[in-house]
Design a protein around this ligand. Structure first.
Ligand code: SF4
Ligand code: SF4
Length: 101
């Protein structure tokens, strides 16, 4: 319990990157950002970052360009669902396994 920025007494916790633990190898799909469609990259402004806001694991950076920490990303697809520019595509992990072989 602590005071929030408005002075209200509140129960509030901040998520930290990877609070859900390392993902390991069980993620089925991986989010890939198309930078050509990404709003902050296109505008070179600190705009949008809806993906950063909604990611439950806090693994997307609020930077230009935004980046995703795949060590902790769970592949939940929320970022792809919420991106207003349709810039995030979920790609099967099997595609990356094939490339890495
Ligand atoms: S939500 Fe989409 S457009 Fe907005 S910063 Fe994320 S990837 Fe870029
Ligand atoms: S798929 Fe889920 S965990 Fe991974 S970056 Fe997107 S919102 Fe975050």
């Amino acid at each position: 319990m602590k005071n929030d920025k408005y002075g209200r007494f509140t129960s509030h916790s901040e998520p930290g990157p990877g609070d859900g633990g390392r993902t390991g190898s069980w993620r089925v799909v991986r989010p890939i950002i198309d930078l050509a469609k990404c709003i902050p990259v296109k505008s070179n402004k600190m705009a949008c970052f809806t993906c950063w806001l909604y990611c439950p694991d806090n693994v997307i950076t609020r930077t230009i360009p935004p980046t995703i920490d795949y060590e902790y990303c769970k592949g939940c697809e929320i970022c792809a669902e919420e991106c207003p520019a349709d810039a995030i595509t979920m790609v099967e992990e099997a595609e990356f396994v094939k490339k890495e072989k």
